[in-house]
Design a protein around this ligand. Structure first.
Ligand SMILES: [Zn+2]
Length: 490
């Protein structure tokens, strides 16, 4: 962009564990206020600089390494994970029994638990790790509260009490994790071994991974997470480090339209196949699932079968991530502006016929990696409101109604003929460009360049903010409007 907009927006960080966005601070020339998702901010846009900051782990980088140790050490980690979950569930029980307690009270309650002689194992866990588990309980509680306020149902459960996501007790599953902050662990001087020093005395593990921790100061490591997956135990290091890489301007602005047949179509007409890893693995997953269900409960074979199934799922997950990360990186590197639709994937997944395909297309992951690389390379990545992107004609801007099965855009007004998704991608790019020019017109004080994330949705005047948008998208027609679903194009 020649004319940098002055609004800076930082979206989700795009790391391994980006929690759902929502609470953000909007800073208006020193004034700070919490804005609920969907609140309109456009009145302020006229003469203030707006800064949207994501509250969840800004500037965090996560490195993962496999932990190599003995069977006995792994059993100790299992103990630690079980204790962590115990603390979380106890904290939740405390909140249920004592209405009105807050996050701080739960933190204090950890100490009470640790001093309780009935549960000697709690004391063995590092105090900060205990608190981190209480924080998780509090996270579930506050998510429930904010769901109640925003009147949305996130759970697809049939039980109405769970519709709002009422926090539940967790049981220990294959996948589990525990989080240390700045103490309870120690890295060796060559950064190849990690020792856990709390009461469980799990000892020293070798770190297996491609990433070198040498580049970072140990005080940059803010959190260490132990994660159990189907294929072993991992340590994740959350580093306080902002990655920046040089971007050579390419002079290319791209709009992309995501779909099911093709992962995306860009405004130059290029299409990327959707690899559908889940569909491909489905046969073997089903087989593993059948084997699991034939085993006896609590038997050794059952846990083996469960593990085998888990590893297969893990493979699909990794394939997806690998594909999406590489694609997002290449896309950001090859252009100066990337625009995409601000789709509410969560609502679209509610359509059970398409849920699997939509999840398999991994749009949300693609999006958060796009935003991440946008920040790394200082490339503008912008989400635009998805309305009418596939109905408008990219040449004459008239609305041309068409159903989902119509794969080619044919304009009766100007005679323009183009592939449906290609046409949509051009519309998306045009929308993004008009939004960006509005921002640079409307703001004084040029401060930053990187407009990434969700500014777009608040800016278009014709879009009513908040609830009404949501309600609109619930209807089938609207929510399925943009992605390509039936048949193959052309
Ligand atoms: Zn036309």
């Amino acid at each position: 962009m020649n004319n940098p907009p002055s609004a800076i927006a930082l979206g989700g960080c795009g790391c391994l564990s980006t929690p759902p966005f929502i609470p953000r601070y909007i800073l208006l020339a020193g004034d700070e206020r919490r804005v609920k998702n969907g609140d309109s901010i456009s009145p302020f846009l006229t003469n203030h600089v707006i800064l949207i900051v994501d509250l969840t782990f800004p500037k965090m980088l996560i490195y993962e390494a496999k932990l190599k140790g003995t069977e006995d050490q792994y059993r100790l980690i299992d103990e630690m994970l079980r204790t962590g979950l115990f603390v979380r569930n106890k904290a939740l029980r405390y909140w249920i029994d004592n209405p009105g307690v807050n996050g701080m009270d739960l933190n204090k309650y950890c100490k009470v638990l640790a001093d309780n002689p009935e549960f000697p194992w709690v004391k063995k866990l590092n105090s900060m790790a205990r608190q981190a588990m209480a924080e998780r309980a509090w996270l579930a509680i506050s998510r429930f509260f904010s769901n109640c306020q925003s009147k949305t149902c996130i759970k697809r459960s049939r039980n109405p009490s769970e519709k709002k996501g009422y926090p539940r007790f967790r049981k220990l599953q294959n996948r589990a994790s525990i989080e240390y902050k700045t103490c309870g662990w120690k890295l060796s001087s060559d950064r190849r071994y990690i020792t856990f020093t709390d009461g469980f005395k799990a000892g020293t593990f070798k770190l297996w991974g491609t990433r070198d921790l040498h580049f970072y100061q140990s005080k940059q490591i803010k959190r260490v997470r132990i994660v159990r997956k189907s294929d072993g135990y991992y340590a994740q290091f959350c580093l306080d480090y902002e990655r920046k890489e040089k971007h050579n301007p390419t002079g290319k602005n791209l709009g992309i339209d995501v779909g099911l047949n093709h992962l995306y179509t860009d405004s130059e007409g290029k299409q990327i196949e959707n690899p559908r890893f889940l569909r491909k693995a489905e046969k073997s997953l089903k087989k593993a699932q059948r084997k699991l269900s034939r085993t006896k409960k609590w038997s050794k074979n059952r846990s083996k079968a469960r593990n085998r199934l888990g590893r297969k799922h893990l493979k699909v997950e990794r394939q997806r991530k690998d594909f999406v990360v590489k694609l997002a990186r290449a896309l950001v590197q090859s252009s100066d502006l990337v625009a995409f639709e601000d789709l509410q994937v969560r609502n679209m997944v509610k359509n059970h016929h398409l849920a699997k395909s939509i999840n398999d297309a991994s749009w949300s992951m693609f999006r958060s990696w796009l935003e991440h690389f946008g920040k790394v390379f200082d490339v503008t990545v912008i989400a635009v409101p998805p309305h009418y992107t596939s109905q408008n004609c990219s040449q004459c801007h008239q609305i041309v109604k068409k159903s989902l099965s119509v794969r080619t855009h044919q304009c009766p007004h100007c005679g323009h003929i183009q592939d449906r998704d290609w046409n949509a991608a051009i519309n998306i790019l045009n929308k993004a460009l008009s939004i960006l020019s509005k921002i640079s017109e409307n703001t004084v004080g040029q401060t930053g360049i990187n407009a990434s994330g969700e500014i777009g949705q608040y800016l278009e005047k014709e879009i009513p903010p908040g609830k009404s948008t949501r309600r609109k998208r619930k209807s089938k027609e609207q929510s399925l409007e943009s992605p390509a679903i039936f048949g193959t194009p052309n």
